[in-house]
Design a protein around this ligand. Structure first.
Ligand SMILES: *[C@@H]1O[C@H](CO)[C@@H](O)[C@H](O)[C@H]1NC(C)=O
Ligand SMILES: *[C@@H]1O[C@H](CO)[C@@H](O)[C@H](O)[C@H]1NC(C)=O
Ligand SMILES: *[C@@H]1O[C@H](CO)[C@@H](O)[C@H](O)[C@H]1NC(C)=O
Ligand SMILES: *[C@@H]1O[C@H](CO)[C@@H](O)[C@H](O)[C@H]1NC(C)=O
Length: 206
């Protein structure tokens, strides 16, 4: 009788810790859901470029130098410039001619240029980078692109910032943690229930 009491009291702190762990995992997963909801999921839901299509590149030309400013220390900004690459494509699925942007972010920053590099002092490096991209976007080449089926956005984009696989993976982790936390709590509760059941059966037998 005394021995049994000892094991029951000895188990208690471990069970408490397991319950706290489970609750902590659930709380973390809720916070992760919240953070993902306001970043990735919102950006994904707000994106109008939902339809995948085939874009045929019509031309890709450097039109002008764009100004940008880079950070050179605290409260220090200097001007630099990068070439603006304009790419026109024909969207096979709709038959329309549109300007192509790299992704949603580029489209927001500059609807004219295909790619907006991170501004840096070395404008030659940015020039080389843009020329490299231009080289890869050869005329008559076919690429997969995304367009707005409602046609409110005329531009099309080459890749989505957050596509379905990114959204899936970002939901996978908090979901696993939520399920894991719930499982830990269920297991502890089940163990407690079973040990109580055993005790009662023992009492009846005696
Ligand atoms: C590229 O193609 C578009 C659409 O056909 C046209 O409006 C634009 O003038 C062309 N640009 C150059 C540089 O040929
Ligand atoms: C860039 O800045 C220069 C002077 O700072 C100005 O003359 C030029 O028009 C600007 N270019 C663009 C594309 O805004
Ligand atoms: C483009 O569209 C035409 C007709 O709309 C079709 O015949 C052709 O196979 C399409 N090309 C691609 C690469 O999907
Ligand atoms: C473009 O850059 C990539 C690396 O980012 C490099 O492997 C490739 O050789 C470059 N292509 C040209 C044409 O410069």
């Amino acid at each position: 009788m005394l021995d049994k009491k000892k094991t029951v009291t000895a188990l208690k702190p471990g069970e408490d810790r397991a319950i706290f762990l489970g609750l902590g995992m659930i709380l973390s997963s809720v916070m992760m859901y919240f953070v993902l909801g306001v970043t990735i999921l919102r950006s994904y839901a707000d994106s109008v470029w939902t339809e995948e299509g085939v874009c045929v590149i019509l031309n890709s030309t450097v039109t002008a130098d764009m100004n940008c400013s880079y950070n050179c220390g605290s409260e220090c900004w200097r001007d630099s410039k990068y070439p603006c690459l304009q790419v026109y494509v024909s969207v096979n699925n709709t038959g329309r001619v549109s300007r192509l942007s790299h992704n949603e972010e580029t489209q927001d920053t500059s609807s004219e240029c295909f790619y907006v590099p991170r501004c840096q002092k070395d404008s030659v490096a940015m020039h080389v980078m843009i020329m490299n991209i231009s080289e890869r976007l050869k005329v008559n080449q076919q690429v997969t692109c995304y367009y707005d089926p409602s046609e409110q956005q005329e531009n099309v984009i080459l890749m989505r910032l957050y596509d379905q696989t990114v959204v899936f993976h970002s939901l996978l982790w908090p979901s696993s943690m939520l399920i894991g936390g719930a499982l830990v709590i269920v297991m502890v509760k089940l163990t407690q229930y079973l040990s109580r059941l055993c005790e009662e059966i023992g009492k009846i037998k005696r």
